[in-house]
Write a protein that binds this ligand. Structure first.
Ligand code: AKG
Length: 304
């Protein structure tokens, strides 16, 4: 089975078909290079200040990572809420939930000399498995060209058809998601994949965003990563994706605040201020990247 590579002119339906059939699919040149460069520039500082004490065998000996990207990299919101990404997430996840949220947002830079990451499924965080029920999807954006030499993500096509409790697919049959900068690899939470060895002389940089069923706990704690004072710079769709919303209806409501949908999600910021959910703005200007800051300056940004 081959990992299909479609052009960005492909319909969302074609992408969804390939994803369902193969467990992964590449869409080439999905975002403009200028947008990708903006995202990469915003991730640079956090990748550069990677905390070495967080290294594990899984994360790699020569790989830099940064999470919670909407805290300091607002340009990434356009990739996170990209129309085709949401079309695909709608098709895969909405049959099983009223709405989905972001699971995690992770910049990953594989440096020269890194070896293959172990192949894995992303959905093993959740201790359940029901045949045919996808708990999450992942989207890996190429922020540099992804090549066989520099560690393009390895994917085992068809591996999503194996229930993890019963049997394993043949993990020797992986393929690499070679794709130009600005392309995206879509894969299911049940699909086996992993980073590749970097045998080139340059870093390979990507951004993986995952999306999970709205009734599952998200991998990252978005309320702490992107607290209300930071989240209000994003539009309603992105705030909902962060989980600033409820799931379900009536007595089955999850995630309510004061018994309701957090009101400021509906852009009724006056009411949110009145309820003490967010502080009044001092001015209407959206905060600049420097004001939002990195993790080091986050507290100052939130105090605005
Ligand atoms: O960097 C990659 O290509 C994949 C990384 C990955 O799957 C992970 O760290 O969970």
């Amino acid at each position: 089975m081959l990992l299909k590579s479609l052009e960005s002119t492909a319909s969302s339906a074609a992408v969804i078909d390939a994803l369902r059939r193969d467990g992964g699919v590449i869409v080439r040149n999905l975002a403009p290079v200028s947008q990708i460069d903006d995202c990469a520039a915003e991730l640079r500082l956090e990748l550069g200040s990677y905390d070495e004490s967080k290294r594990t065998n899984f994360s790699g000996a020569k790989t830099l990572r940064c999470g919670g990207v909407l805290r300091y990299a607002p340009a990434c919101a356009a990739l996170i809420a990209h129309r085709m990404v949401l079309d695909v997430a709608d098709a895969i996840l909405l049959p099983s939930c009223a709405d989905y949220t972001i699971g995690s947002t992770t910049g990953i830079e594989i440096l020269p000399g890194e070896s293959d990451q172990q192949l894995h499924r992303d959905d093993t965080s959740y201790p359940i498995q029901v045949a045919g029920l996808e708990l999450q999807i992942g989207v890996m954006w190429a922020l540099t060209d992804f090549t066989v030499e520099n560690g393009a993500t390895r994917v085992v096509p068809g591996s999503h058809r194996f229930l993890r409790a019963w049997h394993r697919p043949d993990l020797t049959h992986w393929e690499q998601a070679s794709m130009p900068k600005g392309s995206a690899l879509f894969y299911l939470g049940s699909t086996w994949h992993g980073g590749g060895a970097n045998r080139s002389g340059s870093p390979r940089t990507g951004l993986i965003n995952t999306y999970c069923l709205g009734w599952l706990r998200s991998e990252e704690n978005h309320m702490l990563e992107v607290p209300p004072q930071s989240a209000r710079r994003y539009d309603e769709r992105v705030r909902r994706l962060l989980g600033y919303t409820t799931h379900g209806a009536g007595h089955d409501l999850l995630g309510y605040y004061g018994g309701d949908d957090p009101v400021w999600v509906r852009q009724d910021e006056g009411a949110a201020v009145a309820r003490g959910q967010v502080a009044p703005r001092e001015d209407s200007r959206p905060p600049s990247l420097a004001e939002i800051g990195t993790s080091a300056t986050q507290d100052q940004a939130c105090a605005r």
